[in-house]
Design a protein around this ligand. Sequence first.
Ligand SMILES: O=C[C@H](O)COP(=O)(O)O
Length: 329
Amino acid sequence: MQTAERQGTHQLPQVHEPRNPGMALDMDRVLSQRVNRSAVERRAATLPGRRSVKKAHQAAWLARAISCIDLTTLAGDDTPGRVARLCAKARQPVRADLLDAIGLPDLTVGAVCVYHDMIAPAVKALDGSGIPVAAVSTGFPAGLSPFHLRVAEIGESVSAGASEIDIVISRRHVLTGDWQALYDEMRAFRAACGEAHVKAILATGELGTLTNVARASMVCMMAGADFIKTSTGKEGVNATLPVSLVMMRAIREYYDLTGYRVGYKPAGGISKAKDSLVYLSMVKEELGDRWLRPHLFRFGASSLLGDIERQLEHHVTGAYSAGWRHAMA
Ligand SMILES: O=C[C@H](O)COP(=O)(O)O
């Protein structure tokens, strides 16, 4: 990273990013997506071993990871109290003395991500912070409720104050190769979001092949997705490096085709600081520095922040604290 970037996201100049308007469904382009699984897996396997994040810059990279977290709670026993505590963590993700030590006293996470009923407490708890509330929607996680209810759910969540909506696609449209149906569904979801940004959750662990992942990514971007996201966190297999490579390359191809930058959100099972650094270096290599900002990259994670805080504490004090001290996130 360059010197200015080592200061962390909050000192970076704001970049204006025009919103992806989508385009007509280009079936030839969709069907031309073909992925060689073993080549992708070989390339992905080389990533964790590479030391692309130098030790001296690690605190800055960890801070960058924090700024890109969608701090998430998606549990049946969520309460306004739990969400308020999570939002306090979102406002001040790391102990104040550690933030001062790394020179980023105003660091926050990228967003707080909750179910619909928890939007109101989250909006209240984040008032004045500028941190957006993201809501999972459209019958999350399976997406199998009646279509009109899924569309209506988006409207309800936007009215309740969510400015980001994480929709789930109908996996059956991918598994049956009905790309037109997937496109129409995604377009309707995008329209229902209005000004709120929409993240399309592909549930890649249920799509069967990496070729399907590439095609579904392309269709959702053509239909106007602001972000494509791997997983709900509830599938048997969630974010992986091979899937991320495929989705990032689809994002790059879409950018080359249209000039619009679509964001990327790996989600589910990312809980270690060192894994977050691998993802960041992958984004840097595959998409470039411009994507290393919260408006184009997020981690969907419920427990990653706790481990990053531990690593930052070690970086600043030379000692590790016990894991239980970071229980909330
Ligand atoms: O989108 C976010 C995921 O649901 C979080 O998954 P996680 O609990 O495995 O971090």
